[in-house]
Design a protein around this ligand. Structure first.
Ligand SMILES: Nc1ncnc2c1ncn2[C@@H]1O[C@H](COP(=O)(O)OP(=O)(O)O)[C@@H](O)[C@H]1O
Ligand SMILES: [Mg+2]
Length: 269
């Protein structure tokens, strides 16, 4: 498969048929997932299935628990209770099964944050290559080669030697996407990946994410870009106060069932 993620033409030559999503084990499966900070319950029991190749959009007002849900799926937050199964391994506490380690989980799940979290003292290439060496154990040479490949995928090979301060916000975010892709995750989590960008830089990052989606990557995306959400979201999950209020396919954007979701869409459109 050859995919150009630079925001230009997508040339995917995938030949293998994609299985109907429901025929396959979910990559992510949460059941009754809860998270509290002290007395504050932020996730009140979330059931979510993300199937291979599926693109799930998480919507909800500020403070509804979207980031906490993504961070719990990546064990950046420890769920208080409930079940979190990723790639067939149970990671949450309170279950009879052996738990997987955060290290194993993060080999499966890639994450892209609102703030790009690049190391300022490393070039674009080294930002992508560093985790390949530290997490994947690649030699410097192999890591650099793979990093160059993934910078090329996001259209930034020519900027490989640039430091983050020499790149626009959109380019920095594309480096962060390349860094996550380089680790070959089975699923990518995006937490408001364009919210920190100037408006004129949003488009290039959305095009890159769209191309990642079209490459067949499984993903969960938190975004307030409703046009993009509607286009990319096979499944949309609307959260409020740490609860799933409504889920739907593409029809969610035109005929959602709950007043809460209608009000939200009206406000962000
Ligand atoms: N580390 C934390 N400690 C205490 N409260 C937190 C922490 N992280 C998030 N919260 C609270 O959890 C709620 C949900 O936050 P968050 O998941 O960031 O929502 P969203 O991403 O939907 O805006 C908010 O009330 C927030 O203040
Ligand atoms: Mg958030």
């Amino acid at each position: 498969m050859t995919v150009d993620l630079s925001g230009g033409t997508v040339t995917t030559t995938r030949t293998e048929p994609t299985a109907p999503p429901d025929d396959r084990r979910p990559v992510i499966r949460t059941r009754g997932l809860r998270k509290s900070f002290g007395d504050l319950e932020v996730l009140g029991g979330i059931d979510l299935d993300v199937h291979p190749g599926e693109h799930v959009v998480l919507l909800g007002p500020s403070g509804s628990g979207k980031s906490t849900l993504l961070r719990s799926i990546n064990l950046l937050e420890r769920p208080t209770s409930g079940s979190l199964v990723v790639d067939g391994h149970e990671y949450a506490s309170g279950t009879a099964h052996p738990r997987g380690t955060p290290v194993r989980l993060r080999r499966t799940v890639g994450m892209v944050f609102q703030q790009f979290n690049l190391f300022p003292h490393l070039t674009a290439l080294d930002n992508v290559a560093l985790p390949l060496r530290s997490v994947r154990g690649l030699s410097r040479r192999d890591a650099d080669e793979r990093a160059a490949h993934d910078l090329d995928r996001v259209g930034l090979l020519a900027r490989a030697g640039h430091y983050p301060a020499q790149l626009s916000g959109g380019q920095q975010q594309r480096v962060a996407i390349a860094r996550a892709l380089a680790l070959d995750p089975q699923v990518m989590l995006f937490d408001e990946p364009t919210s920190a960008l100037d408006p004129e830089l949003v488009g290039e990052v959305l095009r890159t994410i769209r191309a990642v989606a079209e490459s067949g990557m499984t993903m969960v995306v938190v975004t307030h870009e409703i046009g993009f959400a509607r286009e990319v979201g096979d499944l949309t999950v609307f959260l409020e106060h740490g609860q799933v209020v409504e889920t739907g396919g593409r029809e969610f954007y035109t005929e959602c069932r709950t007043q809460r979701a209608r009000d939200f869409l009206q406000a962000v459109k």
